[in-house]
Design a protein. Structure first.
Lengths: 341, 341
DNA sequence: ATTTAGCACTCGAGGACAGTGACTGCTATT
DNA sequence: AATAGCAGTCACTGTCCTCGAGTGCTAAAT
């Protein structure tokens, strides 16, 4: 455990570094009103903190900079929050106006987070795998083209056009809809598909070729549905160019790439899912060098108490945690309160 | 009109500059095998070309660089194309696999363009305003929640959830669907809405409150539809960081911003719509300083002969026009061939 | 009358160099 | 234990200089 003085100095150093981004030296600290120590004393403390691995000197004649471990300690033990005002809360609710379907709502949330924080935001989408079918309907566009409408239990609606091999009558279509609504409701896409396969085999024996074709198409579509979805949504990537940390365009590019399609993030999100509550990941904790000097502030969101996914913000480790952490937290809370079955 | 020698030298200079990005000097040019002139002679020519406004010296002891006017001349008069191979064409068709709805198809096209060229791509979406309703259907989710499905003449399908003030019966819903399908098909959204308004007024007098509420909701939704759509789709923005032209992150940011929501582009696209065929816009021709040293290669795309929108690629003016122009052209052709009513 | 060779000139890039200032760690003193 | 003092380190900055690429101009050559 660190003595009060050590903590105090470390916290002040953090504050200065977060706001200026330049290495902080002993004399700068000793001049602070709340620090009534000579620079020499401060120096001794800083040397100790460096020994412990919380600080680091870019070079001998520069001040100190926090290490990833230093950030960790700061976030875990020293962070005091700067709560958003009620007006702020109201503004968030406003922007997440409620009459959107789930996907759009999550998209809006991503935009909002990125706008509020000036950094990139990430939203992990609920895994569709668990959603169940609530309603299926067909619409005849032309004798050989049928529109399939799938309503999921999360209120998401998706539709696909099926091109048929041969034409189908309105009655047949109706029958098919009835069949699906009778047999497949309450099943996940995967299960519904399995059931469809079984029926398919049966129908095939009975030589009902017209329905067979439609069923086959429906099957192909359901499978298409399942694979198509990206599990991650990223907004505001371009905001990151403003930070000196990412001035090297080479690095920035790699970071963008990683944000595009990467596993590393998903693993962190999984960790966040496991142990609910807000989590901060810092630099090396990402498990990938691309995220050097990045931090992620993440939090699960829920629907009626059940954890659905994770939302968060990615930016330079040198971010204003005091503001950002409550912002992410509040946004997660509000989103959770807006999500209804 | 420029003499052959002037043209030849200018073209060679362009070639060198496009591939290296460094100012080209007289001696470099005179050493080229196809140039059998001394550097002194070349210098005289270059001085003349600079006089005419086609070239520019960054400083006294540097070589020459084309001006926007120079690019213009090059593109209009000197450009020879490097036709994509048949294999290439096949690859494009492959990626634009056909069973997508229109919006997704355009999205794929944008991705494809950006991937092929390594630059940002822009697709101007067909103005929905002209599309007509082809089919309307309702699905009852619960007594107070109704899903509205709109099928447009361009095969696009959109759906919205209507939250009702009071519950509605299946019969009423059916009647409403019939009414809309009878009255509003073949009308644009705007016209359909106008018709709805008229009916609304009549129904109001007859005090059919249940239908009234639904109609009102439907109206609100139709209007929502109309405004919601972004006219422009941009893909691959982040590819631009790789070009030295955009190394200044300040400028890059502004460019991103402009690409986000800007009018300037739409105006250029309008010009492209007017006079069909491929067009190239260079730097100052954008009419906005943000696009300094950018070029846009754009081309309309059609559906069954009728111009729908414009697609294109944005990158540094110093791009490989010989490759990019045919790529954009071919993609536009293929897209047009894939779009069917 | 072109074309070319030659020459003086310009200017940016890059290296060497010294001075400055912001630090540090250590040691001796309070 | 805290501090003052001091020597040392190192990035940063500005100056000076050289180098080289490239120019424009003029006079000679074709």
């Amino acid at each position: 455990m660190l003595s009060d003085r050590y903590q105090m100095l470390f916290k002040n150093l953090m504050g200065l570094y977060l706001s200026d981004g330049k290495p902080v030296g002993s004399s700068t600290l000793s001049k602070l009103p709340e620090v009534s120590l000579s620079s020499a004393t401060v120096r001794n403390v800083l040397a100790d903190l460096e020994q412990m691995g919380l600080l680091h000197s870019p070079h001998t004649s520069a001040g100190r900079v926090p290490t990833d471990l230093g950030y960790r300690f700061f976030v875990d033990s020293l962070l005091t929050f700067q709560l958003p005002t009620l007006g702020h809360e109201h503004a968030i609710r406003q922007q997440l106006s409620t009459d959107l379907n789930q996907d759009r709502l999550l998209q809006e949330t991503a935009k909002l987070l990125s706008g509020m924080t000036g950094m990139a935001s990430v939203v992990m989408l609920p895994s569709k795998a668990q959603e169940t079918l609530q309603q299926v309907d067909f619409l005849m566009l032309s004798p050989k083209r049928v529109l399939m409408v799938l309503v999921f239990s999360d209120q998401d609606v998706q539709n696909r056009v099926v091109e048929l091999e041969q034409s189908i009558s309105a009655d047949q279509l109706h029958a098919l809809a009835n069949f699906l609504n009778a047999e497949c409701l309450g099943l996940s896409l995967r299960h519904a598909r399995a059931k469809l396969m079984a029926t398919l085999a049966r129908v095939e024996q009975e030589h009902q070729t017209a329905e067979l074709a439609l069923l086959q198409s429906a099957d192909a579509l359901l499978s298409q549905q399942a694979s198509e979805r990206r599990p991650l949504m990223v907004a505001g990537k371009t905001k990151l160019i403003d930070y000196e940390e990412f001035a090297d365009s080479q690095k920035l590019r790699q970071l963008y790439h990683a944000l595009q399609d990467e596993q590393a993030l998903l693993e962190l999100f999984d960790k966040t899912l496991q142990a609910p509550g807000l989590k901060v990941f810092i630099g090396s904790e990402f498990g990938d060098d691309v995220y050097q000097s990045c931090s992620l502030v993440a939090r699960p969101y829920t629907m009626e108490g059940e954890v659905l996914g994770v939302l968060g913000v990615i930016g330079p480790s040198r971010m204003n945690y005091q503001k950002v952490v409550p912002q992410v937290d509040l946004t997660g809370k509000i989103l959770s309160s807006l999500l209804k079955k």
